[in-house]
Design a protein around this ligand. Structure first.
Ligand code: ATP
Ligand code: FE
Length: 332
């Protein structure tokens, strides 16, 4: 089957064609309007989605060199995400399905981030664990099957990506600062400064205490030396990254111990982080894990993960009617 996938949960408009489980196209229109605001402005996001959706879908279809009539189903992100943004993608998907008289497939965005591992080889085998670390979520998920997922740990406050972005903001770096912290961190000493490890029971995470201690740390250091940040940016970035990554890794190690599952995948934008990737590869060597790290283009928001998830739902014959409406919150 040939599936058109549409993603519009946050600030990226994306469309993709998957044919028989192979990605033929994956077009992403990023929104730059938010940069000046230091974060995504929901009202602006939905307006730009409206401008981008038709050209993005058009390009996905032409890049894939298929004709509209060959498309067998439309998969779209139903949630979770920004309601105004989701409405644009879901309304478009519904109209498209109605016009071509083909089935409609709803996709949970957080499941799709995990199912991005089924785009390329090697693919994980069920059951596996997935650490999903993005701008809005931090989750450890036990993946029993394509659409049978158990949330076994999650953040109680900020997401890991948010922790990176907020740390970056305190350092005066532009939004989204996660990738910049990573860039500086690669030049610095990760043990230069020690930040406290949050003590949260079970497999849950917390980053708000770390955020506060980082804020005070910078304030105090700047009092001693106004040029502290300029002089020590690499060491500060390496140290805070080291702590965020160790918080993530310690919980994943605990999850592996508790479940006995040694196949560990990561998903979401923070999987691009070099510190996290290195720690996982080290665990693979030392602890005998099998680690799965997606290609960067499939880590952040993209429609290829939506159309691949749609492909598996198509095989199961799982369709929805025209009365479906988007969900800002939707449990995995
Ligand atoms: P969600 O899927 O939860 O709705 P999202 O899709 O908006 O959130 P993603 O696009 O998956 O989030 O990830 C974006 C986040 O990843 C941002 O917080 C960004 O700073 C962070 N990020 C991207 N690259 C890196 C990196 N190399 N190091 C650290 N953080 C990074
Ligand atoms: Fe996402």
């Amino acid at each position: 089957p040939t599936i058109l996938g549409i993603e519009s949960s946050c600030d990226d408009t994306s469309a993709s064609i998957v044919k028989d489980g192979k990605v033929l196209s994956n077009v992403i229109a990023n929104q730059s309007v938010h940069e000046a605001f230091g974060g995504v402005v929901p009202e602006l996001a939905s307006r730009v989605h409206q401008q981008n959706i038709i050209p993005t879908v058009h390009k996905a279809i032409s890049d894939a060199k298929v004709s509209k009539n060959e498309i067998n189903a439309v998969a779209f992100t139903r949630g979770p995400g920004l309601l105004g943004s989701l409405l644009v993608g879901s309304s478009f998907a519904k109209s498209f399905a109605l016009a071509l008289d083909i089935p409609l497939i709803e996709i949970n965005h957080m499941q799709a981030h995990i199912l991005a591992h089924f785009i390329d080889d090697p693919k994980p085998q069920f059951p596996f664990l997935c650490l999903t670390v993005s701008g809005g979520h931090t989750q450890i998920v036990k993946v029993n099957n394509y659409f049978e997922m158990e949330l076994i740990g999650e953040t109680t406050d900020d997401a890991a990506g948010e922790a990176f972005d907020k740390a970056a903001k305190m350092l005066g770096l532009p939004y989204p600062g996660g990738p910049l912290v990573d860039k500086y961190a690669q030049l610095g000493n990760a043990n230069a400064y020690a930040f406290p490890e949050p003590q949260i029971p079970g497999l849950n995470f917390s980053f708000s205490g770390l955020k506060t201690s980082f804020l005070y740390f910078i304030r105090d250091k700047k009092k001693e030396n106004p040029n502290f940040l300029e002089e020590n940016m690499a060491d500060v970035c390496a140290s805070i990254q080291n702590r965020i990554v160790s918080v993530l890794m310690n919980k994943v190690k605990k999850a592996v111990k508790e479940t006995g599952i040694k196949q560990v995948a990561i998903a979401g934008g923070v999987s691009a982080n070099s510190g996290l990737r290195n720690s996982l590869l080290e665990a693979e060597k030392k602890l005998g894990w099998k680690v799965f790290i997606p290609k960067f283009e499939y880590c952040t928001d993209n429609a290829a993960m939506i159309s691949i998830a749609g492909y598996y739902k198509y095989l199961q014959g799982e369709f929805v009617g025209q009365d479906v409406s988007p969900l800002a919150r939707w449990e995995i």
